[in-house]
Design a protein around this ligand. Structure first.
Ligand code: GLU
Length: 297
């Protein structure tokens, strides 16, 4: 089935366009594809470039949210909402209207707040070590690293994220200096993983009995709900319609998709659609959901 999806993907002409606003990502060829699926019986299946590391970008927000909920639990929700935004990932509009409380933890402003929580009382290195440590534990490998070039590249062009952080600060919703929180956020987004590793890291969210279940079932349920409603920004409704599974995309072209109690799925293809979600990745997720009947609906 995975091979059929792979072959179908390579028959397409339109791969979308890699993220242009982070120069290091703009250079990645768009016609790359990988997909990994970890099943409840412990088996993991891979197709395509499943051992090529890619920039997980916003997929990291799932792990920083898990770490934040582990650290301060429901207190997070006084600073961040739980509703879909219907606006782009880096939109400033809602933040102004809603007085500095981001709509959800997956839009950039919300993720900057969760990173800020992890940073409080610590150095950026320690906060990053917690996120990286969580991902490594979940994937059962130490071979996951931060790409400093990608982090520096985003820092040099990240004017919108800087605007968001300063706006949050002006509303008293940032505990640390904007530069420190943003530096940590850019580094967390610059974590590189293969689809093989990302699918392994998703097992705890899928509540599979295999692998280390570090994320509590209660938090996993809630993170999945947010992935379903907010994981693809203003494309979340369409992803739920086409795929019917919780998913979180990143502008590096990665998508983590969870079939609760059934499978953890990681897909990568760097060309993006107009929402900033992987074009081929979204198609592949829809094909897999159709072929397996794994939709939660
Ligand atoms: N680092 C990216 C940004 O803040 C993440 C966005 C994404 O992957 O959707 O713009």
């Amino acid at each position: 089935m995975l091979r059929d999806i792979h072959d179908e993907i390579f028959r397409q002409d339109d791969w979308g366009t890699p993220a242009q606003y982070i120069p290091e990502l703009a250079n990645v060829p768009s016609n790359r594809f990988a997909m990994s699926v970890c099943l409840a019986n412990g088996e993991c299946l891979n197709v395509g470039a499943a051992d090529d590391p890619f920039s997980i970008q916003s997929v990291s927000k799932v792990f920083s949210l898990a770490a934040t909920l582990g650290r301060i639990g429901d207190q997070l929700w006084s600073r961040v909402g739980r509703e879909p935004s219907g606006t782009s990932f880096d939109s400033v509009v809602l933040l102004e209207r809603e007085k500095g409380r981001p709509r959800n933890p997956f839009v950039n402003a919300g993720a900057i707040v969760t990173t800020d929580v992890l940073l409080s009382g610590r150095q950026p290195k320690q906060a990053l070590a917690e996120i990286l440590g969580l991902v490594r534990t979940l994937a059962e490998t130490d071979d996951i690293h931060i790409n400093e070039r990608v982090a520096a590249s985003e820092k040099s062009t990240g004017a919108r994220n800087k605007a968001l952080a300063h706006y949050l600060q002006s509303h008293g919703n940032l505990e640390n200096a904007p530069d420190l929180t943003l530096g940590t956020y850019f580094h967390q987004c610059a974590i590189e993983m293969t689809t093989r590793q990302l699918a392994l890291a998703g097992r705890s969210l899928a509540r599979l009995a295999t692998g280390p279940n570090v994320i509590s079932p209660r938090h996993a349920r809630r993170i999945n709900a947010l992935m379903m409603t907010c994981g693809h920004y203003d494309g979340s409704g369409e992803f739920a319609y086409q795929v019917g599974l919780p998913g979180k995309s990143g502008v590096g072209g990665g998508i983590l998709v969870i079939a609760p109690k059934v499978a953890s799925i990681a897909i990568w293809s760097p060309g993006l659609n107009h929402y900033g979600n992987s074009h081929a990745g979204t198609r592949a997720a829809a094909m897999l959901a159709r072929a397996t009947g794994w939709s939660v609906f």
